[in-house]
Design a protein. Structure first.
Length: 136
């Protein structure tokens, strides 16, 4: 009697745009099985959290002092692909970093472009988002 191996679900691409599967890219970060090693990796995982509607991860990955009180109510209807434009510092041995990115979200049937220089810092030994500004 032969046994068939169980069918596996096809892996889906990570929404952050690396080309890896979600389970090998941002999935372990959103499940808090590991921490991002760089500011860019945190930025990508936060984007994936928006796409996946994971407000708990957004709260976890945001510097408490700069976190808005309504973080769970941020727009998360639909997202354009993430485009990383540049990074300054934010490596495994850095304490601060900046990731400039571009995307857009859909809210009430309108596109809302997002172009930001995201600020990232180490807080209690891990990368967190501290805020963002329009790039100069």
């Amino acid at each position: 009697m032969s046994r068939k191996s169980p069918r596996r679900k096809p892996s889906s691409s990570c929404p952050c745009g690396t080309g890896e599967t979600f389970n090998s890219c941002c999935g372990p970060l959103l499940r808090r099985q590991k921490e991002p090693e760089t500011a860019e990796q945190l930025m990508r995982s936060r984007y994936a959290a928006f796409v996946k509607r994971n407000a708990a991860y957004l709260v976890y990955s945001w510097l408490p002092e700069t976190q808005p009180p309504d973080v769970g109510e941020l727009p998360m209807e639909g997202w354009a692909p993430l485009e990383i434009l540049s990074t300054i510092d934010g490596g495994p041995d850095d304490e601060v970093g900046v990731v400039e990115f571009r995307t857009a979200y859909i809210h009430a049937d309108h596109d809302h472009p997002v172009h930001e220089a995201g600020q990232f810092v180490r807080h209690e030994g891990r990368w967190v988002y501290s805020g963002g500004a329009e790039p100069s």
